[in-house]
Design a protein around this ligand. Structure first.
Ligand SMILES: NC(=O)c1ccc[n+]([C@@H]2O[C@H](COP(=O)([O-])OP(=O)(O)OC[C@H]3O[C@@H](n4cnc5c(N)ncnc54)[C@H](OP(=O)(O)O)[C@@H]3O)[C@@H](O)[C@H]2O)c1
Length: 239
């Protein structure tokens, strides 16, 4: 889901290369169809393109049913959608903040619950949720997006603990900087990883049953330091 993300595209390609049927779900139906057709031709696997809007909560249970009816039980579900929004816009209008929260948190929870119900029934499956290092500590510059991702991280943790006994695994992916639309034009001294390398790490984490993946991995160290800064000092920094 969020199949127009370069990270999602690269992940879909890796699963198709393994010979797995792939469903690509995206807000832009035409683009999803183009991606599905491309995977089908290149890798000779069954594919399905489906319209998916994270904020169309009522449609989520039906969407899961449609995918499993067409392609069989869902093995791995990747949630790759997200929207950073503009921090200034969210400070000025709650409508903008609400959208960021609905896409990154409420929508993610809604589709995860539909997936969880399906996977518990099947007694197998993995849900891979892409969260962010932005969810590890609230910062002045992006706390609407950060708090939605932080809530999603906590939600995934709880879901993982709930589904463990049902043989359903949940992976939390905390991404640092990846070269996508979201980071376009960003100036930073920290290396920006490719979507393809992120996809390879995601596929590996799902198959190994990793609980939490920081990618690139050095972000675990960066966030360890950032989280250890006392609040009295942190609030004086411009981060
Ligand atoms: N790039 C980074 O450095 C970075 C860092 C941390 C976390 N992340 C997370 O990584 C994931 C992938 O993002 P990306 O970096 O690949 O950025 P991206 O290219 O902007 O991809 C974001 C995806 O989310 C989709 N989306 C946005 N709102 C949606 C909605 N209401 N319903 C359905 N889909 C929606 C977009 O679809 P449209 O094409 O229709 O807009 C697009 O497919 C996101 O969860 C993001 O928060 C990225």
């Amino acid at each position: 889901m969020g199949a127009t993300s370069p990270i999602a595209r690269a992940t879909a390609r890796l699963y198709a290369q393994q010979g797995r049927p792939v469903c690509v779900a995206a807000r832009k139906q035409q683009e999803a169809q183009r991606l599905a057709d491309d995977l089908k031709v290149r890798h000779q696997v069954p594919t399905l393109a489906i319209a998916f809007d994270a904020t169309d909560f009522d449609a989520h249970p039906g969407l899961v049913k449609e995918v499993s009816k067409a392609l069989g039980p869902i093995g791995v579900a990747l949630l790759a959608f997200g929207e950073m929004g503009q921090q200034e816009d969210s400070q000025e209008s709650f409508e903008s903040a609400h959208k960021v929260i609905d896409i990154n948190y409420t929508g993610a929870v809604s589709i995860c619950e539909a997936l969880a119900a399906h996977m518990v029934k099947e007694g197998q499956g993995a849900i891979v949720g892409i969260s962010s290092v932005a969810g590890d500590r609230g910062r002045a510059s992006n706390y609407f997006y950060g708090s939605a991702k932080g809530a999603f991280t906590l939600y995934l943790q709880g879901l993982r603990n709930r589904l463990f006994k049902d043989n359903v695994h949940v992976v939390t992916v905390k991404l640092g900087f990846i070269d996508t639309r979201m980071t376009f034009g960003m100036e930073t001294g920290i290396p920006i990883a490719s979507p393809r390398s992120a996809a390879a790490a995601i596929v590996k984490a799902a198959s190994r049953g990793t609980n939490t993946l920081y990618y690139p991995p050095f972000w675990a160290g960066i966030m360890g330091v950032i989280k250890s800064i006392p609040e009295g000092i942190f609030k004086r920094l411009s981060l």
